[in-house]
Design a protein around this ligand. Sequence first.
Ligand code: HEC
Ligand code: HEC
Ligand code: HEC
Ligand code: HEC
Ligand code: HEC
Length: 451
Amino acid sequence: MKTAIHLLVGLLLTAAAVQAQDIPWGEHLKGTGSYDDFEKPDRCASCHKDFARQFEQAMMSQAYTHSWDEIEYFKLAVPHGKKDPKFDPVQEGCNGCHTPMAFIADDVPPPKPFTGSRADESVSCDVCHTITGSGEETPYNFSFMIEPGRTKYGNREGVESPHHITKKSAFTTSPDLCASCHNEKSPFDVWVKSTHLEWEEGPYSKEGQRCQDCHMPAAKGRNSIMSKERDDVAQHLFTGAHSPARLAGAVELSVHPDVREVVPGEQIKITVVCFNHKAGHKIPSGSVEERQLWLTVRAYDSEGKEYHLPVDKKGFEGEEYTISSNELAFQDMGFMMDKPDFKGLPRDALPYEGDRVFRMAYFDPQGRMTIAQWNTASLGTDYRIGPRETKIETYTWSLPADMPLGRVRIVADMQYRRLIKSVGEYLGVPDEEMKAEFINHAESYFEAVDY
Ligand code: HEC
Ligand code: HEC
Ligand code: HEC
Ligand code: HEC
Ligand code: HEC
């Protein structure tokens, strides 16, 4: 009965979409065209040389070929779709964002990366520059409308090209373009990516600072080999979580003790202030299920002995998921990989337990933590750092009675990891993906004194 209603609603929706506009969007894009409708990036590169060299280094040009994407798609998502039909359209939909041409050509799952298929082109120049709008008012789940052809949509009025027609498009210059792939809802109707929603709620949207202004900064130069020089050419860098320079300093840190002199055996409270002054959305954003942003606080006594300080608990609901621990998690991978005996993997696999992790946990339908955003039925407490938000962490420490006297250094380090180490190692993802990236560092001190 339920299926029949779904089918009926689905048919009605399809009919409505087709009637409302001839241009399909979202899941209706599947099978509406072919690879040949799109030009290859090499063609664009012949004139837009500098942009081509920039964009080759951006993750979007590798959204299908990049090793971790390949592994998650072929080892988890595709087998999951085979085992449970509910997830078959979901594994097809990955391509709607990661390699839109393959989805449009109904070449799903696409051939493996680097086997000569045009799916490798991922989110290419011609994809972005032929997107004309969105079928959803708040775009998400590849709800873009796309009209490949001679007209390329850009940000300027009246520019001429020997190769194509150019049109200025308000959609191209709007964060809505980004939203169609940077907002995602799981089949359980849970927002599992919300970079654009976070931006929209935050201060930057109110000030008119777009995604493009930070991720495609304007600089003096030429946008093609035959254009004139301009003051504000949109650089095609799109640096994000894979760029140490983008991450560095994203959160400002400072640390201070509540007193400058303490007698060993007594207590001191250390405070760390964490200010997100660089990102237009929360940190981490996007693939939140697999990103870790964590704060380690250590002290060194006058003889150089190290003390790791666990964070003070604040007592909010779900806090246990924001403090590093090695209890087992990610058991849903066992079902996907057909390994019924799979017990799970250490949840955080960080150097210390007891550190604050700024995150929002994703839970599968059985309530276990998951890294499969498509298998997410509920979310934990959102303990990420919002745009221009400041979070304060404290560390109450009873000094050992036999601690040597003299200056004690306090050191706070914030680091970021793209993919939880235990998961990456288990699935054979290259070490590079699990590398700890440096965000920021701060120091202070107090004196251990005699009465
Ligand atoms: C034969 C050279 C040539 C080729 C090939 C070419 N372009 Fe262009 N393109 C130009 C020139 C010239 C301009 C106008 C530059 C100007 O004056 O700002 C332009 C402008 C644009 C603009 C508009 C920029 C704006 O300011 O609004 C976009 C978008 C664009 N090209 C995308 C593409 C894409 C995508 C491809 C490949 C599918 C491509 N171009 C291939 C030469 C070329
Ligand atoms: C057609 C879908 C699509 C559109 C449109 C799109 N993106 Fe992306 N973007 C992706 C995908 C998929 C990835 C992930 C690439 C990967 O596999 O690591 C990504 C990655 C990124 C990253 C790199 C993140 C990292 O982990 O390093 C940045 C930054 C980014 N996009 C910014 C933007 C901005 C800004 C816009 C709008 C101007 C935009 N994107 C439009 C699909 C899209
Ligand atoms: C004020 C500048 C600013 C604005 C505006 C901004 N970003 Fe970012 N973005 C950053 C910084 C800094 C980072 C690195 C810190 C981080 O990973 O969150 C980042 C990271 C990202 C990442 C990687 C996130 C992760 O942790 O994996 C993506 C994807 C991204 N931005 C997309 C967008 C999109 C889409 C928009 C618009 C809706 C946008 N950004 C608006 C500054 C900005
Ligand atoms: C993720 C989407 C996306 C991809 C992929 C992309 N662009 Fe763009 N491009 C944009 C956006 C957005 C703008 C307008 C920036 C703005 O509004 O500040 C733009 C602007 C341009 C411009 C005009 C720049 C200017 O300021 O004069 C040219 C030319 C261009 N793109 C060509 C290309 C070429 C060539 C490629 C492939 C190498 C490419 N684009 C890939 C989104 C994209
Ligand atoms: C609505 C668009 C969308 C859909 C659908 C989607 N993704 Fe993504 N995916 C993205 C974007 C955007 C990013 C980059 C976010 C960031 O950097 O934080 C991303 C990032 C990833 C990453 C991490 C890449 C990295 O370099 O760290 C993996 C792996 C991934 N996606 C796999 C999948 C799989 C598998 C599916 C299908 C089950 C899927 N995605 C469906 C848009 C999408």
